[in-house]
Design a protein. Structure first.
Length: 210
């Protein structure tokens, strides 16, 4: 079973991708992770990527597509995989089709923008790696890490203005994929719930449904 995960940044699609992989014993293909690994490896692909990242440019479609093609060709993908973070655009989806890759289902995790902004802007992190949330996972002492006593801060990625910009890019570039895959009869929409476990239950139902 070959699955694509769709959803705005902060919708929780990464968490659900992990849950699907664990339950159905499928490898996760996260383009972000692959790119980071390639940059560390010093491989030819990594050197090509470095040219773009060092210049602060987006990695071109053809480079990302080559990386995904190589990953899908690995033996562990023979019985299926879960794509998280690819495709991001219609041209990337068309390239995937052109490769002859058969996608069985596209699972969209749907969460309203205002909930995503509240969810992400409430995150706080510590230098030790611990993470908190002002509403869902509060530290015992406001602003202080439970584990090391360090001061909690907010990542630039979680600032409301950054989150809104990422959502704008998602709606402009990635959301059109919903129509693309709906026309192919492959789109399944899961409405994100307050409790992660409830979203997971609905996600599994979408994977297993007709």
């Amino acid at each position: 079973m070959n699955i694509i995960m769709l959803g705005a940044p902060g919708a929780g699609k990464g968490t659900q991708a992990e849950n699907i992989c664990e339950k159905y014993n499928l490898p996760a293909i996260s383009t972000g992770n692959i790119i980071r690994a390639a940059l560390k490896s010093g491989s030819e692909a990594g050197k090509r990527l470095r040219e773009y990242t060092d210049a602060g440019k987006l990695v071109p479609d053809e480079v990302v597509i080559d990386i995904v093609r190589d990953r899908i060709a690995q033996p562990d993908c023979a019985n299926g995989f879960v794509l998280d973070g690819f495709p991001r655009t219609i041209p990337q989806a068309e390239a995937l089709d052109a490769m002859g890759v058969q996608i069985d289902k596209v699972i969209e995790i749907d969460v309203p923008d205002e909930k995503i902004v509240a969810r992400m802007s409430g995150r706080r992190t510590c230098a030790c790696g611990a993470s908190y949330h002002l509403e869902y996972k509060k530290p015992k002492v406001d602003g202080i890490c439970n584990y090391c006593g360090g001061t909690l801060g907010q990542r630039k990625d979680d600032l409301p203005e950054t989150v809104l910009e990422r959502l704008r890019v998602y709606h402009e570039q990635t959301e059109p994929l919903k129509d693309y895959y709906a026309k192919q009869g492959k789109l399944r929409t899961v409405v994100g719930q307050e409790e992660v476990a409830d979203t997971t239950r609905l996600t599994f139902a979408a994977v297993e449904g007709a």
